[in-house]
Write a protein that binds this ligand. Sequence first.
Ligand SMILES: [Zn+2]
Ligand SMILES: [Zn+2]
Length: 271
Amino acid sequence: MIDLHIHTARCRHGLGTVAEYVDAAREVGATTIAFTEHLPLPDALLRADPAAMGYAMPASELPAYVDEVLRAREAAGSTGGPEVLLGIEVDLHPGNEDHVRTLVDSYPFDLVLGSVHYIDGWAFDDPSRTEGYTGWDIAKLWERYFDDVVRAASTGLADVIAHADLIKKFGYVPHGDLRPFYAEAAEAFAAAGCVVEVNTAGLRKPCAELYPSDAFLRELRKAGVRVTVGSDAHAPCDVCTGYSQAVDALRRAGYESIVVLREHAAVEVPL
Ligand SMILES: [Zn+2]
Ligand SMILES: [Zn+2]
């Protein structure tokens, strides 16, 4: 089992230390895990939305986070695993690219997860802000979200697109055929060379399904997009949860392998 999407208490909405996650991963038999803490948000965003202090690691902790993960990698390497990778989850809403590039280029990350959690300053995945959905025509909201995810992929900053259909989190899904959203995004991810994660956290949310959905995974497979798996753990007990459902979904979509990323390079692993 692999799990390439893990947070810690440093993001201010998760629990546990790096060492506690490594122990949990060893207990469930994971072979490779990646820490992917939320990259500090830019000061301008934090000033405009003080609640965002609870969404990401403070800037002052980024060097200590990197050190802690690299030390855990060494320690796990000398005690029989699991393999520990250094990752980061970055917000790629329009206008945030330069901030992300500067920080990402400063550290030896194995992988960068690219995410869209914000639309026009609204953190649409925050359970305390769901009133924002009432102001939108849901089909228009999906168009906007997928435009932003496609743009995120085209920046070249993300090795992996995280929770690619996060906009469905609270069950706000347009009527009708959703395949055009998925097909266009899949083509864009393929063109950008991005990997897409199967994120099992959706199973634990109101939408109660994996990100991406079966229909989206089929379009990704058709477009030749490679995939990986992550739990989006925010507590040590989340590590590798939903892995077998992810593998089942990947097989249904026709996948026979996933990838692990080391120094930004994707390496195939048979399912
Ligand atoms: Zn995320
Ligand atoms: Zn995450």
